[in-house]
Design a protein around this ligand. Structure first.
Ligand SMILES: [Cu+2]
Length: 139
């Protein structure tokens, strides 16, 4: 009985939101960054999907910024606009960081849906360089 009631409810909401569902939906990102040959430069592949629908977010404008949560205001990485990747919902961006360590990528999504996602990840080097907080310029 309970199950049937829920099914009816779901159907009703589908009718109420025919096409515009994605427009109101929040985004979800899957991020993968790999080191390039150049020190501190990473090639990032970002897959954007609807948080509820799981459908790829096509035709979005995506701007990627980066900051270090452990060092507020210490870095000034210029945000880059991602370009469309090989598959729908896939985007790529080349980011240049200022040191290795834990960074928070800021993903600004606009277009079919508008959202801002913070994605924390650790950046090291391909050759296993030591994390270098000591070499950081202080203000
Ligand atoms: Cu730092």
């Amino acid at each position: 009985m309970v199950f049937r009631a829920l099914a009816v409810l779901a159907l009703t909401s589908t009718i109420a939101w025919p096409d515009g569902v994605l427009a109101a939906e929040r985004a979800k990102a899957q991020v993968e960054c790999t080191p390039t040959g150049k020190r501190l430069v990473y090639e990032c592949r970002i897959v954007l999907t609807g948080r509820k629908s799981g459908a790829p977010l096509k035709g979005a404008k995506l701007v990627v910024g980066a900051d270090m949560p452990s060092m507020p205001l210490a870095h000034n990485v210029r945000p880059v606009t991602a370009s469309p990747g090989a598959k729908p919902g896939m985007y790529k961006a080349t980011i240049e960081l200022e040191m290795h360590g834990e960074w928070a990528l800021k993903l600004d999504v606009s277009g079919p849906t508008r959202d801002r996602l913070i994605h924390k990840m650790h950046f090291g080097s391909a050759k296993g360089d030591k994390m270098d907080h000591g070499g950081h310029k202080k203000k």
